[in-house]
Design a protein around this ligand. Structure first.
Ligand code: ATP
Length: 320
């Protein structure tokens, strides 16, 4: 394969720039030409395609966001849009494609492969950690670290005023950001979409912790359950403690990627290009048991994410 394309699609995630760098530099290493495509599938349909050089990706490894920018593109869901995307690839002689994004982006990649025979490789780039086939997605670690920084600060002020903090984190239908930030911050309670909750039980746990000498409480609520505002109102109605909501919001999506995300980016990007260089397409790269793996992209997106109940129990055992 002599010429490959690269795009970032769906929600952005810290580490996408580091992955772009790894793909471009690995491609050049193998003697390929690498073409960047702006704004995900929208740029592919609109022919926003340009050649990338060694120096196009200098000094980006440390930045959040994506240099190629990203978009959600409804046109890519239509036959007409897909045909146009393939025409752009053909026009530039692009023989293979690397797609950095979440499960939606992988579905777009699958269509290009299945219906138009374009070999594609998916790199899991999403803060949500909602892809079942990989232990971690790019951006998750940094997002959790951002949450930790904010929760630490909230703990300071909540303790001074003896308050209960309800902190809303992202993750869509996946509770992993809540679970990991909960354990790592010492939060007392997490509320995730995967497990039903009972407000009276939560109030009792807070009461018990106060009786045990605690001066503040942190409750982390995943956005897939409800907003911090709504949850705090519900809890305030049945408890005498001062309950304060905080929505961490979009800061979770930005910031300099952590060491773990930069390492994943380097390895995912390099693996994606190695596969294309070997003439292998239609794979999703990931990490499992600390090893970089690749698997069929369709199987990857159809696997059902399993919530880590043991980690959840761990939090419950050590958090009171
Ligand atoms: P995140 O997990 O961060 O939201 P994502 O990749 O899952 O990322 P989506 O908005 O679901 O984000 O998908 C990104 C884009 O992928 C869509 O805007 C669309 O262009 C394309 N896409 C999604 N599903 C399909 C599909 N079934 N067929 C073709 N293209 C698709």
């Amino acid at each position: 394969m002599k010429r490959i394309g690269l795009l970032t699609s769906g929600g952005d995630a810290p580490g996408m720039n580091a992955a772009i760098r790894a793909v471009v530099r690995s491609g050049i290493y193998f003697g390929m030409e690498v073409y960047g495509i702006e704004r995900g599938y929208a740029g592919l349909i609109e022919d926003a395609v340009f050649p990338m050089e060694m120096r196009s990706v200098s000094n980006i490894v440390q930045f959040g966001g994506t240099k190629l920018r990203t978009a959600r593109c409804l046109e890519m869901m239509t036959k007409e849009g897909q045909k146009q995307a393939v025409e752009t690839l053909e026009k530039h002689g692009i023989e293979g494609l690397v797609v950095i994004g979440g499960d939606g982006s992988f579905r777009g990649a699958k269509t290009l492969t299945d219906e138009f025979g374009v070999p594609t490789i998916g790199i899991p780039g999403t803060i949500d950690n909602d892809l079942a086939y990989t232990d971690y997605t790019l951006g998750f670690d940094t997002a959790v670290n951002t949450c930790l920084d904010i929760i630490n600060k909230l703990r300071d002020t909540m303790t001074s005023h003896e308050r209960v903090s309800v902190v809303e984190v992202m993750g869509r239908h996946c509770g992993d950001i809540a679970l990991y930030s909960g354990i790592a911050s010492g939060a007392e309670i997490i509320v995730v979409p995967e497990i039903a909750f009972n407000m009276d039980e939560i109030a009792s746990r807070i009461h018990r912790s106060r009786a045990n000498g605690k001066h503040s409480n942190i409750i982390i609520v995943a956005e897939g359950v409800m907003s911090a505002d709504k949850f705090a109102k519900g809890l305030q109605a049945i408890t005498e403690y001062d309950v304060r909501p905080t929505c961490i919001g979009h800061v979770q999506r930005g910031g300099s990627p952590s060491m773990s995300d930069r390492m994943l980016a380097a390895q995912f990007g390099n693996k994606a290009v190695r596969l294309l260089n070997d003439g292998i397409g239609n794979r999703a790269v990931g990490i499992r048991d600390n090893k970089i793996i690749d698997m069929d992209i369709i199987e990857a997106v159809s696997m059902k994410k399993q919530f880590d109940y043991e980690l959840y129990e761990t939090l419950q055992m050590i958090s009171m």
